[in-house]
Design a protein around this ligand. Structure first.
Ligand code: FAD
Length: 291
């Protein structure tokens, strides 16, 4: 198992900025992961699980604990009939390409989400009317205490908009079984291409970000509320409300985690004052207050 100390988390997160974590453990098998979890439990120090870091921001005060990240062996993908068993560290784009190669449809709308399968099932990630809930059959996990390996069927995952049971249990997902439908690979390829073109025409993909910063409040769109509040292009230091898509907070260059969090507060306060709606971040903010 690889061990790193004093790790710059900006390198591991899509905002490309962040404080340091005291320690990072990178297990490469479920058994090593279980061992890492038991070691953390014995030490009594806090830990966070990190996938591809596309929905996570580490504050600049740093994280005084252990970051767990799955090693490359967790990136394997295999086909079983109309199902794919996808390692939790594999990226959504890799799962989508494997589905395309296998002539299996159902993952096209999810193909442009820049997360890992583990992060996607944890968040019940979704796009353009599809979500992980629609394709997931089960997930293999190591329990949070590191004592057991088990398979959790989708019925027990409580998947709903940006939520799963894993938020409560703290179980670590090691692989996800997804069920798809056979279709003509050319049609799948075309749908994937259209989806990616749609994303790049609507989203500021040339800048680091964590995608939509805020959750969708019931009956509204966060981006529309932010735009109507006059915040298109609003800046704090190197952080900016994207002019292309107001739901995105982007790093225009040199943004600190504090810039991003100050901009988050500015957006929350302005939108709340004008509408009475409190925007909740979708992004996971890790670590103590900045020093
Ligand atoms: C440009 C851009 C576009 C985006 N578009 C979308 C979109 O269309 N739809 C959407 O839903 N999201 C979108 N996102 C957000 C993000 O990609 C998703 O939330 C994604 O599912 C996060 O996956 P990750 O592996 O990067 O998770 P991370 O940010 O690493 O972690 C997110 C959460 O998942 C947990 N987690 C990660 N791996 C595991 C695991 N193996 N077991 C248990 N828990 C785990 C972490 O502890 C953390 O709480 C976008 C982000 C960006 C940067």
């Amino acid at each position: 198992m690889e061990r790193l100390t004093d790790v710059n988390m900006g390198i591991y997160t899509s905002f490309r900025t962040g404080g340091n974590a005291d320690c990072m453990l990178i297990p490469d098998t479920p058994e090593e992961l279980a061992e890492a979890l038991r070691e953390i439990r014995r030490s009594g120090s806090p830990f966070v699980m990190l996938g591809n870091g596309s929905n996570t921001l580490f504050r600049e005060g740093g994280f005084h604990g252990t970051v767990l990240k799955l090693g490359p062996s967790f990136g394997e993908i295999r086909r079983e009939g109309n199902e794919l068993v996808v390692g939790a560290a594999a990226l959504m784009s890799q799962a989508a390409n494997a589905a395309l190669e296998a002539g299996l449809s159902g993952f096209e709308n999810l193909s442009g989400i820049p997360g890992s399968l583990g992060g996607a099932v944890f968040m019940d990630a979704g796009a353009y009317g599809s979500e992980m809930k629609d394709v997931t059959v089960s997930a293999d996990v190591v329990t949070a205490d590191g004592d057991a390996l088990r398979t959790v069927p989708v019925e027990e995952m409580d998947l709903s908009y940006r939520h799963s049971i894993f938020e409560e249990t703290g179980d670590i997902v090691t692989s996800v079984r997804i069920r798809l439908t056979p279709d003509d690979p050319e049609k799948i390829r075309r749908r994937m291409k259209e989806m990616l073109e749609k994303r790049s025409s609507k989203q500021p993909l040339q800048y680091p970000s964590a995608g939509s910063f805020f959750k969708r409040p019931a009956g509204h769109f966060a981006g529309k509320l932010i735009q109507d509040a006059g915040l298109r292009g609003a800046r704090v230091g190197g952080a900016q409300v994207s002019e292309k898509h107001c739901g995105f907070v982007i790093n225009r260059g040199g943004a600190t985690p504090r810039d991003i969090i100050d901009l988050m507060h500015l957006v929350q306060n302005t939108v709340f004052d004008q509408t009475g709606i409190l925007l909740e971040p979708e992004v996971r903010i890790i670590g103590g207050p900045e020093e």
